[in-house]
Each structure stands twice: as structure tokens, then as C-alpha cells.
Write a protein that binds this ligand. Structure first.
Ligand code: NDP
Length: 257
């Protein structure tokens, strides 16, 4: 008997696929494998055709919708559309972050007020904005995940401004979990180890972060986006039904050091 969960006829929204290296893409493929009906959102029109060609690799046909998370009206109308086209929402994978790369190297305090506001808006507030917009359409046992990083818990060289954004995100997960729990909705974060993606390229000396983990983490290796996605499947499906407000580290155990 397979313990792999079946998500047939359940709608999941995956936000944050930039390309095939994106963690969100690994999550989409895993949910697709489990039979889920997928809605994939992209930030702006120019990313649509790339996402269309990726989506053509999925088993089930996905719905593609534009959603810039800095725009509340866009978020509301995206979730209205999702409900019209795909019914109630079983889960959301929020895999979105942005910071000016000048604020991801050098001295932490050199960042500007504008860089701070933008990073916190896109990387932390957007989770709350998305959950709020989805509220009327959630299934009774819906589940939301977001992606975070150890740099929000302690100092990681060069992670700087994004560390503050991840700390705000981690805290938002707890407050959202507490508010939405009585409605049956779970909210969790996965703290992924470093993975070479487009966003990761923006972090100064990212290679050192990768090699430090490889040398010192209990498993002595880096993690793959697919390993993060398996934990995502656990949290997004009924298998994780008792877990909320949690940050699960998928980082070869590096966070215990
Ligand atoms: P990607 O660059 O592949 O994904 C980041 C996504 O955020 C992109 O799809 C990007 O869209 C999207 N995004 C940025 N701004 C907006 C916006 N205004 N509206 C909508 N979407 C937006 O990198 P990852 O897969 O690495 O990142 C996914 C998540 O995982 C992030 O939260 C990241 O911090 C987190 N994470 C990553 C780790 C890593 O080492 N890679 C480690 C731990 C956590 P577009 O490119 O189309 O603008």
C-alpha cells in the first residue's frame, strides 16, 4: 500500500515559479504527481510564456494567472478568479521573496529605508495579503506553506536585509496559524537549506553558504528542491493535519549546530 497522498480534484495554488530551478516548481511537480489540480501564479506578463512552457510538462493541465503580490487589488482578483475557475482552495504554496541585491552583501546597516520597505512588503507581508484574499475560498481543512531561511533566526553572512524579512515572515506564520486555526486552516513554513536558484544568486558569496553546509551539516550534503517539495507535500496534504504554526527545517540538519 502506498502512503503517497492522493490529491485528486483538490485545488492548490503555487506562487513563485521563476524557472525550472525554482523551489516552487519542485513543489508544483510533486503536487501534480499526487493528482492535484494546480493554479500557478506569475508576477508579470513577461513571465507568462516561460511558465506556460514549464506547465506543459505537468500531467494535469494547470491554470495560469498573473499575480503581483505588491498589489492588493491584483491579489483579490486573482483569488476570485481561482475560485471561479477551480472551486475551493485546498492549499497554497507561497514561495516568493525579493530584496535589492545591494542589500544582500556588505554591511547590514547600509541598506536604505526604501530597500527595507520593499523587501518586507514582497517577502513577508505578501503571505498575509494572500491568506486574507483566499480566506472566503479555503476548503475547511486547507493548508498554507511558505519558504523561509535560517538567516531569519540568526546571522548568516550577507543575508542581511532578507534575514529581517524572514524573521517577519516566520512570525507572520505563527500569528496567521493562531488566527486561522479555528477555521481549520493550517499555516506552516519550511526553512530550506541553500539551493542554487535565481533568487539565491542575489545573495553575496552564496557558494560559501553552500560549502559551509556541505562540510558541517549532520548529513554532510546540500538539499535538493525536491526534498523541500516532499516536506511541502506532507504539510499541504492531510498527512500534516496536526501541524500548524511550525517551521520545519529541510537543511540536512545544519540548523542544530
Ligand atoms: P526563485 O527566484 O526561483 O523564486 C522567487 C520567486 O519570487 C520568483 O518566482 C519571483 O517572480 C517571485 N516574486 C518576486 N517578486 C514578486 C512579486 N512582486 N509578485 C509575485 N512574485 C514575486 O527563487 P527560490 O525558489 O529560491 O525562492 C523561493 C522562496 O524560497 C523564497 O521565499 C526564498 O527566499 C526561499 N528560500 C530559498 C532558498 C534558496 O537557497 N534558494 C533557501 C531558503 C528559502 P519573478 O522572478 O517572476 O519576479
Amino acid at each position: 500500500m502506498s502512503i503517497f497522498p492522493t490529491l485528486t480534484n483538490k485545488t492548490y495554488v503555487v506562487m513563485g515559479i521563476a524557472n525550472k530551478r525554482s523551489i516552487a516548481w519542485a513543489i508544483a511537480k510533486t503536487l501534480d504527481e499526487a493528482g492535484a489540480k494546480l493554479v500557478l501564479t506569475y508576477a508579470a506578463e513577461r513571465f507568462k510564456s516561460g511558465l506556460e512552457s514549464l506547465a506543459s510538462e505537468l500531467k494535469q493541465e494547470a491554470i495560469l494567472l498573473e499575480c503581483d503580490v505588491t498589489n492588493d487589488e491584483a491579489i483579490d482578483s486573482t483569488f476570485r478568479s481561482i475560485h471561479e475557475q477551480a472551486g475551493e482552495i485546498q492549499g497554497i504554496a507561497h514561495s516568493i521573496a525579493f530584496a535589492d541585491k545591494e542589500a544582500l552583501r556588505g554591511e547590514f546597516s547600509e541598506m536604505t529605508r526604501g530597500q527595507f520597505a520593499q523587501a518586507l512588503d514582497i517577502s513577508a507581508y505578501s503571505l498575509t495579503a494572500v491568506v486574507k484574499a483566499a480566506k472566503p475560498y479555503f476548503a475547511q481543512d486547507a493548508s498554507v506553506i511558505t519558504l523561509t531561511y535560517l538567516g531569519g533566526e540568526r546571522v548568516v553572512p550577507n543575508y542581511n536585509l532578507m534575514g529581517v524579512a524572514k524573521a517577519a515572515l516566520d512570525s507572520s506564520v505563527k500569528y496567521l496559524a493562531n488566527e486561522y486555526g479555528p477555521h481549520g486552516v493550517r499555516v506552516n513554513a519550511i526553512s530550506a537549506g541553500p539551493i542554487r536558484t535565481l533568487s539565491a544568486k542575489g545573495v553575496g558569496d552564496f557558494n560559501s553558504i553552500l560549502s559551509e553546509l556541505e562540510q558541517k551539516a549532520p548529513l554532510r550534503r546540500n538539499v535538493s528542491a525536491e526534498e523541500v517539495a516532499s516536506t511541502g507535500l506532507f504539510l499541504l496534504s492531510g498527512m500534516g493535519s496536526g501541524v500548524t504554526g511550525e517551521v520545519i527545517h529541510v537543511d540536512s540538519g545544519y540548523h542544530i549546530l
